[in-house]
Design a protein around this ligand. Structure first.
Ligand SMILES: Nc1nc2c(ncn2[C@@H]2O[C@H](COP(=O)(O)OP(=O)(O)OP(=O)(O)O)[C@@H](O)[C@H]2O)c(=O)[nH]1
Ligand SMILES: [Mg+2]
Length: 205
């Protein structure tokens, strides 16, 4: 749940990067962390990992400057994508204000992408949140793999699988080199701040 502190003119929002295991959620946060100035970012907290697998979550707090005179503070979280960590994913979603669903382009991960989105819908439901209403953008990551011999999904296939119902913005990305990472962040931030403002501020004036 966003926290709005009008005495300090601050808005705090929570954005969660969701998606199947190894799709590149932690890599997005690492790229953002490395690209931002110290003054605009807090410490990146990575809680419990095994190799590159997230077992609990990552957290990166960012200061994104002012909108309408209010300081925008965003906390980026990732969930552990592996199927067995459903309870943790649900916990991390508590109070979410915006979502990035990261999808993997590997043909062998096609079902996992779809299952991950169903898992997200179910976990949002459990928190009384409607996936159709909460700000959400899609990121089709690892597009560099399209130029390799490994069988991959086309953008059309990903759109059919994941975005037919949602009809939201999608971004092609290569999180390891930063392609599409800030475009994704910018769009979800814009949507989330607008959503939070409409939900919390405008109803109180
Ligand atoms: N080729 C390629 N590899 C990537 C890209 N993004 C991430 N990876 C690699 O994919 C692997 C998994 O990335 P992570 O960011 O740890 O994945 P995750 O979604 O956080 O995985 P979980 O924590 O298990 O849910 C790592 O070896 C990354 O370097 C990309 O755009 N292209
Ligand atoms: Mg991770």
């Amino acid at each position: 749940m966003a926290l709005i502190d009008l005495s300090k003119k601050e808005v705090h929002c929570k954005v969660v990067y969701y998606g199947p295991g190894r799709c590149g959620k932690t890599t997005n946060l690492l790229y953002i962390y490395q690209a931002m100035d110290d003054s605009d970012r807090g410490k990146m907290l990575t809680i419990d990992t095994k190799g590159d697998r997230t077992l609990f979550f990552d957290l990166l707090p960012l200061n994104l400057g002012k909108i309408s005179g209010l300081d925008i503070r965003i906390q980026l979280y990732t969930v552990p994508g592996q199927v067995m960590y459903e309870a943790t994913r649900k916990l991390v979603l508590k109070g979410v204000d915006g979502l990035v669903y990261v999808a993997d382009p590997l043909l062998v991960r096609r079902e996992r992408n779809i299952e991950g989105l169903d898992d997200l819908r179910r976990n949002l439901d459990a928190h009384g949140l409607d996936m159709a209403k909460i700000p959400l953008v899609l990121q089709y990551n690892k597009r560099d793999l399209v130029d390799t011999p490994v069988p991959t999904l086309s953008i059309e296939e990903l759109e059919n699988d994941l975005n037919a119902e949602l009809q939201t913005e999608y971004f092609e990305a290569v999180a390891t080199t930063g392609i599409g990472v800030f475009e994704t962040l910018k769009e979800i931030t814009k949507k989330t701040v607008r959503y939070v403002a409409e939900k919390h501020l405008l109803t109180k004036v």
